[in-house]
Each structure stands twice: as C-alpha cells, then as structure tokens.
Design a protein around this ligand. Structure first.
Ligand code: NDP
Length: 290
C-alpha cells in the first residue's frame, strides 16, 4: 500500500483543513463528502474527489474520518461496509468513549482497525505541530502511522482502550464549555451595567489565566482525598456564590448558571462539609455517581 496516500471522508471546516494539510505535505489525497461541492477548492489543489464512499475507501489504506458524530459515520460507512476490509480508520469524529469502543468493535467485525482521535485545536491549528491530538487504540497501529498523523498536529497517545482518546477529549470539553459559559455569563451581567466585554477583558484574563495556580495547589490534596478548610471553607463559598446569584438576579440576567452552582455548594454544606474546602464538593459529585 502507498504510505503517501490518504483518504479524508467528511469535509466540514475540520476535514477541509486536514485534507489541505496532507496536500501541503505532498500526499495523494482522495476525498469524499455528502455535499460534493465542499471538495471544489481541494480538487483545485490536487485532491481526487471519489464518486462514491466505496471508491474512496479503496483509494488508500488510511482513512481519516471527520464527521459531525458517530451517527453520521454509520450513515456514511454502513452502505459501504464491504470496502472497509484492511483499512486503518483514523476516527477524528468526536463522540463519547462508549461510542468509540462500540465503533472499534464494529470496524474489527468488518476487517478494519480503528484509531480513535480527539482533536484539540480548531481548523486553523491543523498542520501546526504545536497543537496536539489525543489518540487511543492499538499501539503498533499508532506507531506505524505516526508520521502521517503528525502531518495534522502533534500526537498524544493515551492507551490501547479505544475509548480513552474520546474520554480525554470529553474531559477537556467539560472544562472548556463550563469555563467559557462562566465568562459569557459574567459578560452578560457586566453588559446589564453598561460594561462592555472589552472593558471586562483584562479582568477575565486575570481570573481565568490565574486558574493554574489554584489547580496546582489543590491537585495533590484532591489525590490524597484531603479537603482541609485551612485556606477556604465551604460556608464562605456558599455565601460567595449566593452573592453572585443575587447580583445576577438584580441585573435582570438569567440565573440558571449561578443557581446551579449555588445548589451544588449548598448540597455540600448540607452533607456536613461546611468547615472543609470547596474541593470537598468532589465527594458530592462522587456520591451522585455511586
Ligand atoms: P461539521 O459538523 O461542520 O462537518 C462534518 C462533516 O460531517 C460534514 O462534511 C458533513 O457533511 C458531514 N455529515 C454530518 N452528518 C452527516 C450525515 N448524516 N451523512 C453524511 N455526512 C454527514 O464538523 P467539523 O468539520 O467542524 O468537525 C468535524 C469533527 O471534528 C467533529 O466531530 C467535531 O466535533 C470535531 N472537532 C471540530 C473542531 C472545530 O473547531 N470545528 C475542533 C475539534 C474537534 P455535509 O458537508 O454534507 O454537511
């Protein structure tokens, strides 16, 4: 098989950037997309547009998938499953760890092998080794195709379990969306007082940019499952988040987000963690999972 050839299925902003990065590096690139017109610019640059999914799958050993989610993947590959035999599917479609494991088994049943990926950059970072993508699945498969994967971004291999790349991706998304929403919420409260996002920006940068020192301070304590109230006490935290909720309400801004935060803090206090650090809320989260 030609190791300088690759197939890219799915030409949203991400798939287009990926196919473009392979073209830049001199790969022979075959593409397929449900909406064929999205391939036009890539074809102008030298990509081959396959007429069918079967034709695309037969064009190279390595197939990059960049679809909205795994439902889209089954919709695209299901009718062409007989052409999957012998393929290495680098699945850069985001979905849950469970679905990544199911998909790995689905590919194995069809004679193909999956490397799960979790891309950690917007399309603008594709082709830049400073960014990184999580991978998981068979190690030898990852090692064998590493040079090809490194055309896209740097790599961070998480382990054999096909769900791991998806899990690490989701952990990052968990932090990303909650943090971004907290910022957007503060912008809304500021806006209600005539303060622009621009005016808030230096303070937002200071608050969110200062998070690493808190993470580094609390992480060893969390791993030791110790939540001493020597620096912060949950009762202080309850009062503080209630002030945020009141400030939000007084500004006429939607209170759903601070109300949820206050509810979690109050639950911790009700469970007897009032004199402990806010990190004791981890035990509240864990109890819900048990
Ligand atoms: P889009 O959702 O914009 O496009 C993905 C592709 O999926 C399109 O080519 C679309 O085809 C195709 N598609 C969706 N549903 C179907 C279907 N039922 N049948 C056939 N094709 C379908 O996603 P992006 O390109 O932005 O991202 C791709 C993946 O990368 C996603 O899983 C995303 O979570 C992940 N990702 C994206 C990032 C980003 O910043 N964009 C960052 C990190 C990860 P069509 O063109 O015909 O609509």
């Amino acid at each position: 098989m030609d190791t300088r050839a690759v197939v890219v299925i799915g030409l949203g902003p991400m798939g287009q950037a990926m196919a473009g990065a392979f073209l830049d590096q001199g790969y022979r690139v075959t593409v397929w997309n449900r909406t064929a017109s999205r391939a036009e610019a890539l074809v102008t640059r030298g990509a081959v547009l396959a007429g069918t999914v079967d034709e695309a799958l037969r064009a190279a050993e390595v197939v990059i998938l960049s679809l909205t989610d795994y439902d889209a993947m089954y919709a695209v590959l299901g009718p062409a499953e007989r052409s999957l035999e012998g393929r290495v599917v680098v699945n850069l479609t985001s979905d849950t760890p469970e679905r990544a494991r199911e998909a790995a088994a689905w590919f194995t049943e069809r004679g193909a092998r999956q490397l799960t990926g979790g891309v950690r950059t917007p399309p603008s970072g594709i082709g830049d080794p400073a960014f990184s993508t999580f991978y998981s699945g068979p190690r030898e498969l990852f090692e064998a195709h590493r040079p090809l994967l490194e055309v896209l971004t740097g790599t961070d291999y998480r382990g054999e379990d096909p769900g791991l790349a998806a899990l690490f991706y989701q952990l990052q998304m968990d932090m990303f969306w909650t943090s971004m929403l907290s910022w957007l919420h503060a912008v809304a409260v500021a806006d209600a007082h005539g303060i622009t996002a621009e005016e808030l920006l230096p303070y937002a940068e200071e608050t969110l940019g200062g998070m690493p020192q808190f993470l580094n301070f609390y992480t060893p304590r969390i791993d030791a499952r110790e939540h001493p109230g020597d620096v912060d006490r949950l009762t202080m935290g309850v009062a503080s988040v209630e002030h945020v909720a009141h400030t939000t309400r007084a500004a006429g801004v939607d209170t759903a987000l601070p109300a949820a935060v206050a509810e979690i803090f109050r639950r911790g206090a009700a469970q007897g963690y009032g004199d402990s650090s806010f990190t004791s809320l981890l035990e509240v989260f864990r109890a819900a999972a048990a």
